[in-house]
Design a binder for this molecule. Structure first.
Ligand code: ATP
Length: 217
């Protein structure tokens, strides 16, 4: 379980205070994947980063009673000066896993040929997205955090493989996905929430959340 207890977070923009969360209390239960809908610029990345422990709340508590991943789509997870291979082996050691297995799994998932052994500074955006996704799935977490859906590659075959792998993983794990569009959430989430004016409104179904999201837009 991942729990936010009266969490507040805001940023000073230079002219005003931008409120992301205002005393928000909610839980993500294992087995109940959650999609959070919010327009661009309203705090999706900040919330995901708080879930991962990368950003601290101003007030309140965040309790993590399980293994919570780093967020997919956050570039700082990887050292771009190193190859995907070196990153895979480093993360495996960090999480106490077999580096040979993690390297082989990532190499298979991202399927970028000899680039896998070259510095990530030479990768296209699509290649980096593939590696990020492969690394996330190679490690075992109870809750996977995903910022804005699947990796944005134009390779239909990879996107299908990535989607299937994530669905398989959901048999034993839970995801939290933040997105500005309901379509991104529909394949993976059971329940959904709408972020509006610092409040997270929780719904049992994505359809109900989408109605509120689109009505208030
Ligand atoms: N470290 C920071 N200092 C000041 N303001 C910040 C900081 N991080 C984020 N913000 C502001 O907080 C707001 C929410 O940012 P965040 O990146 O969480 O939103 P988002 O919904 O993920 O945005 P996008 O969809 O555009 O990626 C934005 O107005 C952003 O400019």
């Amino acid at each position: 379980m991942l729990e936010f207890i009266e969490v507040s977070k805001s940023y000073w923009t230079g002219t005003r205070r931008k409120v992301i969360l205002d005393q928000a209390t909610f839980r993500v239960e294992l087995g109940n994947s959650l999609g959070i809908l919010a327009p661009n610029g309203t705090g999706k990345t900040t919330i995901i980063n708080m879930m991962a422990g990368l950003v601290k709340p101003d007030e309140g508590r965040i309790r993590r009673g399980c293994r919570v991943s780093f967020p997919l789509g956050v570039p700082s997870t990887m050292n771009k000066q190193e190859s995907a291979k070196a990153n895979a082996r480093f993360l495996a050691q960090l999480y106490g896993l077999d580096p040979d297995y993690v390297e082989a799994f990532c190499r298979w998932v991202c399927d970028i040929g000899e680039y896998f052994d070259r510095p990530m500074t030479t990768y296209s955006r699509g290649m980096s997205a593939r590696v990020g996704f492969a690394l996330l799935l190679a490690l075992e977490f109870d809750i996977y955090l995903i910022d804005e859906g699947m990796p944005s590659t134009t390779d239909v075959e990879f996107n299908r493989k990535a989607g299937n792998l994530l669905r398989e993983r959901l048999a034993n794990a839970t995801v939290v996905i933040v997105s500005h569009q309901p379509k991104t959430l529909e394949k993976f989430c059971r329940s959904a929430a709408v972020l509006r004016d610092g409040r997270l409104h929780m719904f049992d179904t994505l359809a109900e959340a989408t109605r509120m999201y689109e009505y208030a837009a």
